[in-house]
Structure formats: structure tokens, C-alpha cells
Design a protein. Sequence first.
Length: 649
Amino acid sequence: MSQNIENHLIEDREFLPSEEFRSKARISSMEQYNEMYKESIEQPDVFWAREANELQWSKPWDEVLDWQPPNAKWFVGGELNVAENCVDRHVAAGRGDKAAIIWEGEPGDKLTLSYKQLQDEVCKMANVLESRGVEKGQRVLIYMPMIPEASIAMLACARIGAIHSVVFGGFSAESILDRLEDCKAEAVITADGGWRRGSIVPLKASVDAALEKYAGVKTCVVVKRTENEIDMVAGRDVWWHEMAAVASNEHEAKSFDSETPLFILYTSGSTGKPKGILHSSGGYLTGAYTTCKYIFDMREEDVYWCTADVGWITGHSYITYGPLAMGATQLMYEGAPNFPDFGRFWQMIEAYKVSIFYTAPTAIRAFIKAGDAFPEANDLSSLRLLGTVGEPINPEAWMWYYNKIGGGRCPIVDTWWQTETGAIMIAPLPGCTPIKPGTCTQPFFGVEAVILDEEGEEVGANEGGRLMIRKPWPSMLRGIYGDPQRFQETYWNDFEGIYTVGDGARRDEKGNFWIVGRLDDVLNVSGHRLGTAEVESALVAHPTVAEAAVVGRPHEIKGQAVVAFVTLKQGIEATAELEKELRNHVGQVIGAIAKPDEVYCTPVLPKTRSGKIMRRLLKELVATGEVTGNVTTLEDFTVIEDLQKKIKS
Ligand code: WT7
């Protein structure tokens, strides 16, 4: 935390877009930005109506915004079909032959889908889902590798008004089960497997394990990808290629109310199980579209590549919905960035002449470590714009990205946002905003971001506080699925009508935002959110564990590493094997990203006299090896001394 603040206080490097970039950009001066920003805040109706009108509506809205905190409705009474906007609209405009998705599998297989071909596939999938009884409003869980069918499945759901919930392919069977039960899904779309670092991830097997304990799914569509042996349950499971072979590529799309739920995406909170963030149609699409247009400055001739997985919000907004709503050409890649080696991304950028590249700081740090020889081996001159997302980017990583990947020529858009915000909220506009390593710079149109103190007063320049959003925005979450109370408590209880982000931040004298990190018990591991409570509950579910406390430790590549402290049940001996088993156990319960880097067995955990675990001390201990903060409430200091020895050894 303090490191970031110091960086910013000493960070005086500032970069402006080249004249070449600026002259072609949609927004090419700060005056233009300021003017549009002012309008977006003072007359959101006017601003957002103009943007939303670039999309296709079958019925115009009566009112742009109906805001009854914490409930917002956007484009009230308007009707549209999200999938038609992302696909059919472009075909109808004579752009059917344009490449929509250029895909490369990890083993090197390739496929290009034009907008017309994408339309055929989406229509077929929509027909298949309907033939299997999937209806508007039903929930469909999608558990897929990064293949075009992942986006096709999402769009097919959108097309028929079903609500998809994509679960990242790295999550476990148990995580699938939790989500199936929470959203009461009635159908699943998955694949036999996906390729990752040369091995097959057995996706269907995980789905099967989850479905053994959940009877609500009546249909499971399986895409053949890896050709590994899988079980097909008669009556329930169908092969996509068999269904697609006989399905019609014509499907008449109905229009849906702007507020029709589009998807549920689960994300970690500071307590309890992951929450199902609910997004709706018209506002969400407008947000994804508008940010692609202005922040990525996407153009007809661009080849855009976002390296996220569709299992995260970045994949939803900046692989599936935003770029396709823009009619862009995008590259999609199935596998790992380091397969067969760390040159993969750079080879692909050269091969496909990628012009806009969007990735995460954790990936950049891994590339730095792998060495400059990899990017130097390829011609990256097609790139014109770079983006980053997921966590604060450290200045060293920023400078490397800027120089080694961008050739000192490409603006970097550091995009701050969240699963809940649906679209980018704070980021530079690449044609005008002066950029600096480590700051996501200025709020996007319509975003009234403020930094407040505990009393709800705005803090001064360079003073830290809580990042909050004052006004509703089109792509904001519409709720936590099935839990309005948690929605209210998590996001709206701090100050009336103001959205609580959960991040700490400061704003410098030029108005740039510097994100410090989460203020709650949520970790950011490789740009992914992980609740310490989730990992703790996975640990105590193990038969040997009595109590667990999980904290984050700064990590060179991942941003944060997961460190767990556990006390064992009576008579259980702490061994290196057990610690290893506990790590794997967490991997099995949640998924590999949640595996603790270290597990320390300890006879006791540091607690207050009233019995609360003092995670703050553990956090400091793993970060620095010392404990300097206030320890007067600690019940027994020898606990800390013992842990110190353990950590050092
Ligand atoms: C949290 C949201 C938004 C897609 C990826 C993560 C952190 C995100 C940045 C950034 C500093 C960032 C915040 C935020 N974060 N982007 N550019 N600079 N921090 O989505 O899993 O919903 O996590 O990620 O802490 O609250 P998410």
C-alpha cells in the first residue's frame, strides 16, 4: 500500500500520445474530454441517449434513467436484443464477411469466424437451447475453454433472453455446484475439455461431478474440443456438433425490455460465498460499447486482442459484448501465455497484426521475468494501443510494457473497474489524456468518482480515502442475485445513494486517480478477486483443521500470494505432507487460483482478548517478518514470536 503511494509521489514521468495517434483519435484534446465529461455528469440523459442510440433498439425508451437508490433502471421501456446488436446488426449493415473472431487454439489450430458465420452459429445455438426447453429468464451455466463457442453460448443465451452465468474453467466442481445451486440453473453449456499448458482440462468431468449433487439441470450441451473420453448422460447431455448439424441457422430474435437480466457473474466478497453480480441488457451493452469506442478507440481496421478469459468480467465486457457490439475484429486465444514458451503472445501479435492489446499487470511481470529476448524476437509494430486491468500496475512493469511492447509509441490505458461496474470506470482516453506509470488517470464519461473520508467528506488532493461513485451509470450492477439485502449492505450502506467500491485511492492535484488496493478482506491474486473468508472456509472443511486465518502477502508476479495459518484438531500432527495436502485441498474445493502459496500450522492463532483473530498482524508478519503495529489488544505475544521463527525458517 505505502509503496504505491510513494511511487506516485515520486512519479513525474508523463507521456502524451503522438501527433499521429492524437489526430486520428475520437477524442483528441482534454478540452473535448472535459466538455463531454461535463455534459455526461450534468445532463446524463442527453449524453447517454446519444450513445445508446448508436445501438439498435426495436422500441425506443420512455425515460433514460429511473434512479431510486440503490435501484437504477436505464433506458426505461426501451426494447432491444443484445445478441442482434452484437452480430446481426453488422451483417445487416453489409459487414457479414468481416472477421469477428480470429481464434487460435493452444495446440496451434486456427479458425476465423466472420460476422455472418458467427450469426449462423449463434442462431443454431439459440435454436438448440430452445429445442431443449430453455426459456427466457432461465439460468444457463457456461463452463468453457477459450473457444469461439464460449462467446457463441453467451450470445445464444442473450438472444433468447436466458440469463447466463459463466464459471471460469479453472474453478472446481464444488465451485460449479455452489453457483448452480445459488442461481438454480436449468441448463449447462460446456466442452469435453480445453487445452492448457499442453494438457487437457477435463471440464465435462467437473460438470458431471457437480451435477451428481444438483438435479435441476435438464440439459447439458457439450462442445467437442479435446476429444478426450467423457461420459454422456442419456437424456440430459447432447453433443453440440450433432445438434448443430441439424439445427437451423435462422432464428428470429425477440426484443426484450432494456432491464432484462443478461447475466450473473460470481465474484468474491469479504465474507461468505461468492455473490452473484447481476447485470441487465440495455445499460450494460451501452457501457461496454461506449468504453470500447472511446477508451480502446476501436476502429474498422483494428485487430483487437484481450487476453482475459470469458469467465471473468473482463472477458464478458471486452471479449464478448463490447468488441462485438462495436463490430470489431478480435483475436481469441485458448491457452497459456507461456505455452510452449513466453514467446507465444508476441508471435501471435506479429502473425495476426494485432493493433490493440489488453492484458494484466501480473502477465506483464511474468513476461519481464522471462526476458526481453521473447518480445524482441517478433515484429510488434502493428500495435498502436495497449491496455492493462486487474490491479495497480507498478511503474517498472508499466515502463517495460510501454517501451518493450509498445515501442515507446503506444499509449497505455490503465483501466480501473470491477465486476460490479460492468464496464471501465476510470481510464485515460488514449488520444488526449497525459499518462503516467501507476495511475488509471481520469474518470470515464458519466462516472462521478470521489474519494471520501470516514465521515463522507471529500478528501483533499493526495489524501487517501475510500473510492466511491456518486451517480448511477448505465452498466452498473442491478443487484446480487437473490439477495437484495446483501446488495444494500455491501454497496450502499456507507453513505446514502453513493456506491461503495471497496478500494482505497487518492487523487493527485491534476485529478488523476491512484488506486491503492482493496480496503476489505479481499485479495487480488493475479488480477483475480479472492475472498479470504472463502479460503478459510475451504480449509476448515478439511477434517484435520480446527481454525484458519488467511492473509495476502506481496508477490513479485501475482501481486498478492495467499498465505494460510491453521490450527489443527487435537492429536493431529503438523507435517510438511499435511501442509501440502491442505494446499491441494483448497485447490480442489475452490480452484487452482485459490491454492495457498504457504500453509503454516501453528498451535494457536493471534487473537484479541475477545477472541477475534488478528489478521492485520499476520498480514504484516508475512509481508515484513515483523510486527510493528499496535499489539496491546493481543492476548499472548509469544504467539507472534513463535510464528516469526516459523516464517523465517
Ligand atoms: C478490483 C475488481 C475489472 C476487471 C478485473 C478485476 C482491482 C481492477 C484495476 C486497475 C488498480 C484495479 C480493484 C477492483 N482493479 N482494475 N486498473 N488498477 N486496481 O475485476 O475481480 O471485479 O476486481 O480489481 O481492487 O476493486 P474484479
